[in-house]
Write a protein that binds this ligand. Sequence first.
Ligand SMILES: Nc1ncnc2c1ncn2[C@@H]1O[C@H](COP(=O)(O)OP(=O)(O)OP(=O)(O)O)[C@@H](O)[C@H]1O
Length: 304
Amino acid sequence: MAVLEVEKISKRFASHEVVKGVSFKVEPGEIFAFLGPNGAGKTTTIKMITGLIVPDGGTVLIDGKDTKSDSRALEQLGSVLEGNRNLYWRLTAFENLVYFNVHKGTSLKQARQVADQLLERFGLSDKRNTLVQHLSRGMQQKLSIAIAVAHNPKLLLLDEPTLGLDVNANIDVIQLMQELRDEGVAIVLTTHQLDVAQKLADRVAIIDKGNIIKESGKDALIQEFIQDDYIIELTELISQEVADSITQQFDAVVTDRSIRFSGGSAVLFQLIEHLKPLEIKMVQRLELDLTQIFLQLTGHAIDV
Ligand SMILES: Nc1ncnc2c1ncn2[C@@H]1O[C@H](COP(=O)(O)OP(=O)(O)OP(=O)(O)O)[C@@H](O)[C@H]1O
């Protein structure tokens, strides 16, 4: 059964309908990347899942329970929505973990045990008694995720989890997300960093102007956008004479040792024949990455 089922949710602010009947499902052990340009409706959708914004229409089921009518639905939810801003800056890392977990209904004794286990797991044991205001941004982000998973939720919502992190913290957070996914947690991730989505996501939804314009498995999406462009690389420099003969006969660009062309495998075999007896080092079919696919689907880059 899906951990999260969002069915036709919508939201209007004054006369502006910012989410227009959005539906998607997220299964256990799946990272679902929710992508879209600024103002597309991502945060509004995520906040409707958490109950922070009440939808005008539609339903949200978490672990089969309707968030509108069953207060237990939110028990299976952990979320980090405002980056490190949801922490108490004048409490220590340990105190934050204990406070939020007790707030979720865990006994004090158990919350203290879990806090130490999570500090260990998230590489923060040596910061146990440090005030949050003195932690680096990456440590604060890891602590926020630790707090979100302290009560073992089945669903984790992460809004821009790697934004503004340095390289090492970025790697740590990505690894933590992969571990949680492998343990069966369903993760919904919003990010403007499409390389992070490309690395992590199992499924991808692209929202634009309040509508989901594409939803697909990540690998299937990349496969769908596979092109008829190839590169042939030779072991030696291509002479001017050979380059001229290629560009006259084929729709190709020749540079040093490589030839880039479109036209699919029919042209590929003609070109290989044409190149005889030159030695071929490599033939590669070009794939679009998520950034290029996003651009094709929405007509603009993610940050504009
Ligand atoms: N409380 C509000 N009142 C009025 N309009 C709002 C409110 N919250 C969001 N909006 C508008 O709704 C639209 C969608 O905003 P939302 O924050 O959901 O987009 P987003 O996809 O998360 O964008 P970003 O990537 O910039 O965070 C925007 O036009 C925004 O100005």
